[in-house]
Design a protein around this ligand. Structure first.
Ligand code: GLC
Length: 737
């Protein structure tokens, strides 16, 4: 539809019609079995059935076509309904969770994954996905770290922008693409104490210098929606935060798409004590420029009176409605209200071999090898015992893979049976224990078993029996899918007691021990890391879990994943991140540490730092060579080239991720001891070497200065090039005016 026709439509709509375009109802309004991702007030949704502008939680081509047909016939101006859904890391084909995608350090993987998700979801009737989540995360106690790509602003921005590219393609009207929604704006990951939905206290400087980068790139990539976060920022809830939404998001970042609240977040301003009541909340949200009220009834019940009383200008309403109509128009819904949804096409694209191949590649590249003593991996044994609750556990995705059929995920047992069926290797399998401790709270339910003790005694006895006859044990442990994700904050980030008991009993057998860990967050792994010969972090790998892990464990491919989040020694270190400050009393590496920044009972550093991950080979890196030591700020084309020589000095072909970090030695605000500014992956055969160069430009040195402007400041810098954020391989250079 042409813009003038859109404007004509807008001017022809009644006040009620316009208001209802800003209302999003839960899918149950139209269909009982819709996915529920929040607390729905159902009786109110009924009145919105043929007026609400959008709905969340539905999928299924035939169902959506039928709902759309019925809706448009009954809508006074036959405006199409907009179908939105959380397609986070899979619609049918489940890719590794976003945190695992961060571990690949490969934005292209995320772009391709998003492309597959968009194709499957769009054919299935979905038009908008609530992804990418671009929140910076620094606290492993917060369960939603599983949905992020980690603790680094630069990496997060690249990964989220790649996802937007994959979801939206060149045009969201294309039937293989959907509109993307960057969330949760802003700084939801800074929830105090890692407790979900909690307040976030951040200086404007830290907000800008660390937290906004992750959103800025995907928004510049053209994401069509942004979602407000549940949290207040310094006491002002995002959904009512005019400064954040109008000054930062719209004016400064140039976002002119649709701003949607998170589920009920407008109404929750009442619970926060920021709004008197839902009517006040509606006004605050409209003033902040929130276009769509997701399931809170504040717009549907109060915008009419607010406008008639003159407390909200109708122009504000018209602006918001026009943005929603423009989104529908750019999706082509006025021409094709179904956006290409088709059961036939869905059958063609769902779970295609190509999609599964991409998912397999993503799993292989996301796994992070933390320990590999005496080259315990790749497996080299004729008698293996695969033990643990994840031997047969199918739910290896995250709790956000809401439309995905976990039964289709390839288990470790299936993959190992396939891999070894033509060989003389003997493999035995045993669960060894239950996945959870008894009476484990999973947020929305509790796991309880009346026969927990007997079951686990029996499972343990079986496991020890098969361990006796094996020379290598592969222990398959981990959190459940529902121990990370929304509303799953934890104060203890260890594996369930019942799994630790199994681990210790197996350790006592003295066999070679490989431990695989399925997790949606960094964990405390000290005992496991100390007593295992090898430890592989598998995250929430999804459809191709078994195949991808088996390919790495058997050496078909070498692991190359790098930690996107620091793994602590102890949870007491959280929040924990590599790009920390030196403080005025840095703790010396050796010597007396009294009166320095330290813990009496734990190192300051992570047990496994950001960017860390082993391969099956050994790599060496030369000193950093700079082609010159001075960079001139006034010459925008000026650059310094930093070069290292990387050599594969081991005996296997492997891929290394060479990382570039920069430290601003003196700034008008204190500066982090390192900041990731680039990375390159290189695959080398044994004995091969290669030169890797990075261009250092003035733009890479910019930060939010004490004057609150994004700029670089002349002075001394250090550049580090290494294989993880703990590298000290560095050179100095200077930035001149
Ligand atoms: C949830 C989540 C958000 C999700 C939305 C819709 O509460 O916070 O990430 O997209 O509701 O399901």
């Amino acid at each position: 539809m042409k813009r003038e026709d859109l404007l004509a439509l807008l001017s022809d709509m009644s006040l009620e019609e316009k208001i209802m375009q800003l209302v999003q109802v839960p899918g149950q309004t139209y269909e009982e079995s819709a996915a529920v991702t929040g607390l729905a007030d159902m009786e109110k949704a009924e009145k919105s059935k043929y007026l609400a502008g959008s709905v969340l939680g539905l999928h299924g081509a035939d169902k959506i076509i039928a709902i759309q047909k019925d809706y448009m016939q009954k809508h006074p101006h036959h405006i199409p309904l907009l179908f939105m859904l959380d397609v986070i890391h899979g619609h049918d084909t489940v890719f590794p969770c976003p945190l695992a995608q961060g571990a690949t350090f490969d934005p292209e993987i995320s772009r391709k994954a998003a492309e597959v998700q968009a194709k499957e979801a769009s054919a299935d009737g979905v038009q908008v996905t609530f992804s990418p989540m671009a929140d910076l995360v620094r606290d492993a106690r917060w369960g939603r770290v599983v949905e992020s790509t980690g603790e680094d602003p630069y990496l997060n921005g690249l990964m989220a922008a790649a996802m937007v590219k994959g979801y939206q393609g060149d045009s969201i009207a294309d039937k293989d693409h959907v509109a993307a929604c960057v969330k949760h704006f802003a700084a939801y990951g800074a929830a105090e104490a890692g407790r979900d939905y909690n307040n976030c206290e951040l200086s404007e400087h830290t907000l800008r210098d660390q937290y906004l980068h992750g959103y800025r790139r995907p928004i510049s990539e053209g994401a069509r929606l942004v979602m407000t976060s549940f949290n207040p920022l310094n006491g002002i809830p995002s959904s009512g935060n005019k400064w954040l939404m109008r000054d930062i998001l719209r004016k400064e970042m140039g976002f002119n798409g649709v701003l949607i609240s998170d589920w009920g977040a407008i109404g929750e301003m009442v619970d926060w004590g920021f709004a008197e009541d839902l009517k006040d909340a509606a006004k605050l949200a409209m003033d902040a420029g929130v276009d769509i009220d997701m399931c809170a009834d504040s717009y549907s019940d109060y915008l009419d009176s607010l406008i008639k009383e003159g407390n909200v200008k109708e122009e504000l309403l018209d602006e918001a409605v026009l943005r929603v109509l423009e989104l529908k128009n750019d999706l082509g819904l006025f021409e094709d209200p179904y956006h290409g949804a088709s059961a036939e096409r869905y059958k063609e694209v769902s779970f295609s071999p190509e999609s599964r191949e991409l998912a397999l590649d993503a799993v292989r590249k996301s796994l992070v090898l933390l320990e590999n003593r005496n080259n315990a991996l790749p497996l080299n044994s004729k008698s293996i015992a695969l033990i643990g609750p994840y031997v047969d556990e199918k739910n290896t995705q995250s709790s956000w893979a809401i439309t995905c059929d976990a039964d289709k995920n390839v288990t470790l047992r299936t993959a190992f049976e396939e891999a070894f069926k033509e060989t003389d290797t003997k493999i035995k399998y045993s669960a060894g224990c239950t996945l959870l401790d008894n009476d484990s709270d999973l947020g929305f339910t509790t796991y309880h078993s009346d026969t927990f003790d007997e079951d686990n005694d029996r499972l343990l006895a079986e496991a020890l029996e098969i361990a006796n006859s094996a020379d290598t044990v592969v222990l398959c442990l981990g959190e459940s899918a529902f121990q990370s994700g929304e509303s799953t904050s934890k104060t203890r980030i260890t594996l369930p007691e019942v799994q630790l008991r199994l681990f210790n009993e197996i350790c006592a057998k003295g066999k070679k021990l490989i431990t695989l860990i399925f997790t949606g967050r960094p964990l405390e792994l000290n005992e496991i890391a100390d007593k295992s010969d090898a430890v592989l972090i598998c995250w929430r790998p999804g459809t191709e879990s078994g195949h991808g892990i088996c390919d790495v464990v058997t050496g078909k491919v070498s692991p190359q994943g790098k930690l996107p989040m620091s793994f602590p020694w102890y949870v007491g270190q959280e929040p924990l991140y590599y790009n920390r400050f030196n403080t005025g009393r840095p703790k010396p590496v050796e010597g007396d540490t009294i009166f320095t920044t330290r813990y009496l009972d734990c190192p300051n550093e992570a047990r496994y730092p950001f960017g860390y991950g082993l391969t099956y080979s050994d790599f060496e890196i030369s000193e950093v060579v700079l082609d010159k030591e001075k960079l001139t700020k006034s010459n925008p084309d000026d650059k310094i080239t930093a070069t290292v020589k990387v050599s594969n000095v081991g005996d296997k072909c492997a891929t290394q991720t060479v990382q570039l970090y920069i430290r601003d030695m003196v700034g008008s605000t204190v500066r982090p001891i390192k900041e990731l500014k680039g990375f390159k992956k290189i695959t080398l055969k044994p004995g091969e070497s290669a030169e890797i160069s990075f261009a250092i430009t003035d733009d890479m040195l910019k930060f939010w200065t004490a004057a609150n402007i994004y700029d670089s400041e002349p002075g001394k810098f250090s550049v580090f090039v290494g294989f993880d954020s703990a590298t000290e391989n560095s050179q100095e250079f200077e930035l001149l005016d």
